[in-house]
Write a protein that binds this ligand. Structure first.
Ligand code: GCW
Length: 679
């Protein structure tokens, strides 16, 4: 298993490999006749984009008018439209499309979003009427786990599968930031509005981005600003000691508070629209407030008060758990940890703190329950954290289109909570928030210096989908797939059909040959690629499956297990508590059951394990012949890269199939009723 090489210089620019969905097919959609009647700082960016797209393709028949609100008013656009637009927030735009004539009204970022929506064909067919479009989530952010230097274990991009960092090289900011400019455009085109540029595991060198290296952040901020995106920094909670020479980082210490205020002031001197800080504290070895006997609200509010005078925000991660667990200790449950630490703090966080919660209670698994934290903090601004980089989902070697998974998660309805008198609200609604207390979606980027941006060229679909779902969590994953495929590869029906067939259910396919029924992990420790059923079983990480000769799964019930199931509001607590009502796909997440337990599907657990691993592998074998049909229809280098990766997916899926089938036959002694080979 090798990862894509780190690219030192920007690769030769070709519309498809280098520009993803802002290449020649997007250019061909831009109407030939554009009238831009708007002011504001982002208008120059729209003009630049138009000129660039013109060099790639001739453009479509028709006309596009772009106006700011003042101009639209002067030109007599119906006041009701303008009123709705101004009530819809600073990122909204109004669009009217009629035949081949389109018209957009918006100010600043709103106008930019409208422009890209037309270029990428995102707004749907026009009816001739004005329609106002606004993002469902105020926060639509990507976190980069980029180190400035190559970390001895984690490499330059922690959990990165697309080469080195786009931003940093040899310990400093890259000199040539052309690719960052392209990247900023790609992100803006799908609606991303915030980027955190460095790893949440902040090593000593990277910590200095806050102080002596802040100029490097300022250069990145300048590039992202041109696309309406603000830049944030991951900081170390120990900064006052590490960088300031103080003796403590205690959040209640006055000198520490002064230090953070001065540090924030200095950042804002250089970057007036700086977004704020992202922080991983008391987690996996990162420093935090626990060392001083303080809690996470004390820690978060310390940073929040330093940023508040400037309008900055703190993204405080809820990913806090004991990573020195004793595997013998059956009472500790990592899934409970974020809830145990954070739910009691609801209401204590300052207004500019956003608690950033991983979508599941464990760690970005292919399948796990929804994090109960999201339903338990009604008085806190929240962001749900998704992982675009495919750490546990095939590392950009396997096809795994994650939009269906994210969509399912965002649509999960928390029931009404006792005494709060509110109706069932989805994850998307809960994190969106309301009034001044808005939250959103944060995700770990899958991009690097690789010439296809994402290692696996088809993994670009995940980046695109993340932006789209953060904008509108109700879009269907299939529609997003089509939007991305047409913007990137054009409208050739065979290309669309093959991409759809390969990607649409690739997450379910990946799930079918890896860890079964929500039990998670079973990956090789450390790098997390490939099967290793017992890889984590006796480790301190708290991720166990408890398989023995009789059964498998984690008892998280209230009655006999860790009590985790009881952290959900009804109807979920009861539904998860009982094996009879727990959904099959989460059965082993919540229950320890005998191999002979019968699923709702009618199969026994053991036969399900045998069948889905074998069937999944067979299905993987059907991918390459389909991809072959696109030879000559997509750029040859891209075609070759995908072919090579499909071979690796076949090899790895076969390994998963054989290890899991064999392991569970040896454990259970129960034969596979189909008689397929076991080793
Ligand atoms: O999934 C785990 C990863 C770590 C990561 C951590 C986190 C940045 O294996 O590499 O560290 O999550 O989310 O903080």
């Amino acid at each position: 298993m090798t990862s894509a090489p780190t690219t030192r210089t920007a690769p030769p620019s070709t519309p498809l490999t280098d520009l993803a969905w802002l290449g020649s097919h997007a250019a061909a959609r831009l109407p030939r006749d554009v009238r831009l009647a708007a002011g504001g700082p982002l208008v120059a960016s729209i003009e630049a984009e138009i000129s660039r797209l013109r060099t790639l393709a001739e453009g479509a028949a028709g006309a596009l008018t772009l106006r700011d609100q003042a101009t639209a008013r002067e030109e007599g656009v119906a006041p009701a439209v303008l009123e709705e637009l101004s009530e819809s927030g600073v990122e909204a735009y109004a669009l009217r499309a009629d035949g081949d004539a389109a018209s957009i009204i918006g100010d600043g970022r709103g106008l930019l979003h409208g422009f890209y929506a037309v270029v990428l064909g995102l707004a749907g067919p026009g009816s001739g009427d004005w329609r106002v479009h606004a993002p469902a989530q105020a926060i639509r952010m990507l976190d980069h786990w980029d180190n400035m230097t190559v970390h001895p274990v984690m490499g330059q991009v922690e959990r990165g599968y697309a080469g080195g960092s786009l931003f940093f090289e040899d310990g400093e900011l890259r000199e040539d930031l052309t690719r960052v400019e392209h990247y900023a455009r790609l992100l803006a085109a799908v609606g991303i509005n915030r980027v955190a540029v460095n790893n949440v595991n902040v090593h000593a060198h990277e910590a200095t981005l806050l102080t002596t290296r802040v100029d490097q952040v300022a250069r990145l901020a300048e590039i992202f600003r041109a696309q309406g995106i603000s830049v944030l920094l991951s900081v170390s909670f120990a900064s006052p000691v590490l960088l300031g020479g103080l003796e403590t980082s205690d959040p209640l210490d006055a000198e520490v508070q002064r230090w953070w205020r001065a540090a924030a002031d200095a950042v804002y001197d250089r970057i007036p629209d700086f977004g704020g800080f992202v922080i991983k504290a008391d987690s996996e070895g990162q420093p935090g407030p626990f060392a001083y006997g303080r809690d996470h609200a004390d820690g978060a509010n310390l940073l929040a008060r330093a940023l508040a005078p400037h309008g900055g925000e703190v993204f405080w991660r809820a990913f806090v758990y004991n990573h020195h667990q004793d595997w013998r200790d059956r009472s500790t449950d990592r899934a409970r940890a974020a809830h145990d630490h954070f739910a009691p703090l609801d209401g204590r966080f300052d207004d500019n703190v956003i608690v950033q919660v991983k979508h599941g209670p464990l760690d970005f698994q292919t399948r796990e329950a929804v994090s109960p934290v999201i339903g338990a903090m009604p008085r806190t601004r929240l962001a749900v954290e998704l992982q675009v980089t495919q750490e546990y989902t095939g590392q950009q070697k396997h096809l795994c289109y994650l939009a269906p998974w994210w969509r399912e998660n965002l649509a999960f309805p928390f029931g009404p909570r006792e005494g709060r008198g509110q109706d069932s609200r989805t994850v998307a609604q809960l994190v969106a928030g309301s009034g001044q207390r808005l939250g959103g979606v944060v995700a770990v980027s899958n991009v690097g210096a690789d010439e296809f941006w994402t290692g696996h060229p088809l993994a670009q679909a995940n980046l695109f989908a993340l932006g789209r779902l953060a904008w509108d969590p109700e879009l269907s994953s299939e529609r997003i797939l089509r939007e991305r495929s047409e913007a990137t590869f054009g409208t050739d029906p065979l290309v669309s059909e093959v991409l759809h067939e390969m990607l649409a259910e690739s997450w379910q396919l990946y799930e079918s040959y890896t860890a079964p029924l929500g039990v998670g992990f079973m990956v090789r420790p450390g790098h997390h690629y490939g099967p290793d059923v017992d890889g984590y079983e006796y480790t301190p990480w708290g991720t166990y499956h408890f398989a023995d000769r009789d059964g498998i799964g984690v008892d998280r019930t209230v009655a006999t297990g860790t009590g985790f199931a009881g952290l959900y509001p009804e109807p979920w607590a009861s539904r998860y508590e009982s094996v009879a009502t727990c959904p099959d796909e989460l059965l082993l997440f919540f229950h320890h059951v005998p191999y002979t337990h019968r699923l709702h599907s009618g199969k026994t657990v053991i036969q399900h394990i045998y069948d889905s691993r074998a069937d999944g592998y067979e299905q993987v074998l059907s991918l390459r012949p389909r991809w072959e049909e696109l030879a000559g229809k997509v750029p040859p280098a891209l075609h070759a890269r995908v072919t090579t990766l499909l071979q690796e997916q076949e090899r790895s899926a076969e390994e998963w199939r054989d290890q899991l089938r064999t392991y569970f036959f040896r454990a259970s002694g129960i034969p596979d009723e189909t008689g397929r080979p076991i080793y």
